[in-house]
Design a protein around this ligand. Structure first.
Ligand SMILES: *[C@@H]1O[C@H](CO)[C@@H](O)[C@H](O)[C@H]1NC(C)=O
Ligand SMILES: CC(=O)N[C@H]1CO[C@H](CO)[C@@H](O)[C@@H]1O
Length: 414
């Protein structure tokens, strides 16, 4: 319920490689739409032996509140470092937008982080510096908000990776998630901060709050976030002891040149319908048929939409030099699969005969009941819905564009 009433605004912001050019996109409209908005904001780039692609889609939400940062080669002497993040906003876009523009700066310029750069073994200091950056930006935003008499009630989760020449620092505050695929398997993923987690619940209760319907005080679905200052005003408790904490969990993982494949950062709209292994398998299979990371990111979003995600969605895909490469066999297999699907759709539509043209749902259901060889792992038939729909529309002259979207996008279908 709370979700349907809340106002949502999506804000996209992304740093272009090397000189951190800001590129901005913002769109606000009205709760759930009749049809999902499938237009996407996309971007890509490379540097420091990394390639990245990203994509954001408004989906069924009337307004969107999402932002990303992608920066290879950082300022302040951190040329060999890179930073990627996804901010998933709620109750307004201000906090997501502010973090997107300023979080990196708060991290790299604070004294804790700076001291790390002078030391030999700096991993713990970097982690500390990241934590300090989060607490500092939150305090800063609170001051701004108080000056404006608390008009900003928005909040944002943040998930990111800071990549040094030797380590990947996974950073999470909230219920978005980052994962690392290494040597063909999920090697690491961040823990979601949900109010029901024992440690989160304990903190919430110690701050005098409660967890109901899996939400902080029955209303906020995430237990750590930047902003959300209404949940951060318990007297006598420090910033990390409040109902909602801005403290990130940071994990340092030593890089492994030979085995590191890719990192995925995505908001909960993705993980709601894809398990870690599923998404990893899907991405791996897509990288074998395309090296266009924007396209792969778009396919992730479309597949999640067809699998039933009703949320606004964002994904950032970062590939190391060890990522799977396009293989001619995989490309051929995919072409054959598309051809096979086209033929099957034609057959299903012809077979209907006197009963007239079957609807797309019937076609998808029929296909789903069959065993189709070589469907992309993790994405399955949902990832091929675009192909099916294209043939269907070509063959169906009576196509009605106003088909009930709930029928078109039968939820939970995979
Ligand atoms: C959360 O619930 C507690 C206990 O009912 C209450 O004292 C507190 O003001 C509530 N805080 C928010 C932000 O809803
Ligand atoms: C990406 C984004 O803006 N995510 C928001 C989408 O809508 C849900 C509604 O529940 C919010 O929780 C997300 O923060």
């Amino acid at each position: 319920m709370a979700e349907a009433v809340a106002k949502f605004t999506f804000v996209f912001c992304c740093f272009a490689p090397v000189h951190l050019l800001l590129d901005f996109w913002c769109d606000t409209m009205g709760a759930f739409l009749d049809k999902p908005k499938m237009e996407k904001y996309t971007s890509h780039g490379e540097g420091n032996s990394l390639k990245f692609g990203l994509s954001s889609m408004q989906g069924w939400r009337v307004e969107m509140e999402d932002a990303h940062t992608a920066a290879v080669s950082l300022p302040h002497g951190l040329d060999l470092w890179s930073f990627f993040a996804v901010y998933d906003g709620h109750a307004g876009s201000q906090v997501a937008k502010y973090c997107c523009e300023h979080l990196l700066e708060h991290i790299t310029t604070n004294p804790d982080f700076q001291s790390a750069l002078q030391e030999e073994t700096c991993v713990d200091s970097v982690k500390n510096g990241i934590r300090t950056g989060f607490l500092q930006i939150d305090e800063h935003m609170r001051t701004i908000s108080e000056k404006k008499h608390g008009v900003d009630r928005s909040g944002s989760t943040a998930v990111g990776v800071l990549i040094s020449p030797t380590h990947v620092y996974f950073i999470n505050c909230g219920d978005s998630r980052a994962l690392l695929s290494r040597a063909g398997a999920v090697h690491f993923f961040t823990q979601d901060h949900k109010p029901n987690n024992p440690l989160e619940k304990e903190r919430i209760q110690n701050a005098g709050g409660s967890v109901m319907i899996q939400r902080v005080n029955g209303s906020l679905a995430v237990s750590r976030a930047l902003g959300d200052f209404d949940y951060k005003c318990v007297h006598g408790k420090g910033p990390t002891e409040q109902l909602v904490s801005p403290e990130p969990e940071v994990y340092a993982i030593e890089r492994c040149e030979a085995e590191d494949e890719f990192i995925i950062l995505a908001c909960d709209g993705i993980w709601d319908v894809m398990a870690n292994e599923q998404l990893c398998d899907f991405v791996r299979s897509r990288l074998e048929v395309s090296d266009d990371l924007e396209r792969v990111s778009n396919e992730i979003l479309d597949t999640c939409l067809y699998k039933g995600s009703r949320d606004n969605m964002s994904v950032v895909l970062v590939c190391f030099s060890g990522a799977p490469k396009v293989s001619p066999e995989a490309v051929n297999r995919e072409l054959e699969l598309d051809k096979y699907l086209e033929t099957r759709v034609e057959e299903i539509m012809k077979k209907q005969g006197d009963e007239g043209v079957p609807d797309l749902v019937h076609v998808m259901r029929t296909l789903a009941s069959e065993s189709i060889p070589n469907l992309p792992p993790g994405g399955e038939l949902a990832s091929k819905r675009g192909v099916v729909e294209a043939v269907y529309n070509k063959l169906n002259p009576y196509r009605n564009d106003d088909t009930d979207p709930d029928i078109l996008f039968f939820r939970g279908f995979s």
